[in-house]
Design a protein around this ligand. Structure first.
Ligand SMILES: CC(C)(COP(=O)(O)OP(=O)(O)OC[C@H]1O[C@@H](n2cnc3c(N)ncnc32)[C@H](O)[C@@H]1OP(=O)(O)O)[C@@H](O)C(=O)NCCC(=O)NCCS
Length: 166
């Protein structure tokens, strides 16, 4: 299994993996593959990683630029998706490790909206006052790379369609 940057030939397979994996989540909106497409079309990707094995795409992780309050320079991770048949084999962890390695070189921290039971293991945690309007605060997580404290609304790229206040 290899983690690498997406190439044009991966795009359809990424859409399939994202749709199949996110379908398992109760809170899935079914729009996640569309978000990936819009991020790509709008130049909203810091990077898009794939996990590839024997020529098959079995995982995908996208990072996009985000702000916390007025502070830019955050890297938002998501969607993260692994083919359901390949869950719990370390693929999500490998994608995350590479994403954090890359973001450390260019961002003040990483942030995401997701299950704390999964993301705590990578060092993500909640912070007082960090949130996304309409989301329970316990699922809005950050991993600062320095001693900065993220506080305020985690503002996603417009491709997420959250209509957040600028
Ligand atoms: C969540 C997801 C990306 C994890 O990928 P994965 O390749 O299965 O994860 P890993 O094999 O790297 O798992 C690492 C650890 O997390 C645990 N884990 C995996 N999925 C978990 C989950 N949903 N909740 C809690 N723990 C989880 C594994 O048991 C493993 O623990 P261990 O090291 O103690 O054995 C994958 O299950 C997935 O695509 N799920 C559907 C989509 C989704 O939930 N995406 C995230 C949106 S917030």
């Amino acid at each position: 299994m290899r983690i690498r940057t997406e190439s044009d030939g991966d795009i359809a397979a990424i859409g399939r993996v994202v749709t199949e994996a996110l379908r398992l989540l109760a809170q899935s909106t079914g729009t996640e593959a569309g978000i990936v497409e819009r991020l790509r079309a709008e130049g909203g990707m810091i990077f898009s990683l794939v996990a590839e094995e024997d020529g098959q795409i079995i995982g995908s992780l996208v990072a996009s630029p985000a702000r916390v309050g007025q502070q830019d320079g955050w890297g938002l991770i998501g969607p993260l998706a692994v083919s359901p048949a390949r869950h719990r084999q370390g693929i999500g962890s490998a994608l995350m490790a590479e994403a954090l390695r890359r973001l450390r070189g260019s961002c003040r921290g990483a942030a995401l909206v997701g299950d704390p039971g999964y993301y705590h293991r990578f060092g993500f945690r909640t912070f007082p006052g960090l949130g996304v309007t309409g989301c329970p605060p316990e699922v809005v997580l950050a991993l600062p790379f320095t001693d900065i404290v993220p506080r305020g609304e985690l503002i996603h790229h417009p491709a997420f369609g959250l209509n957040q206040q600028e």
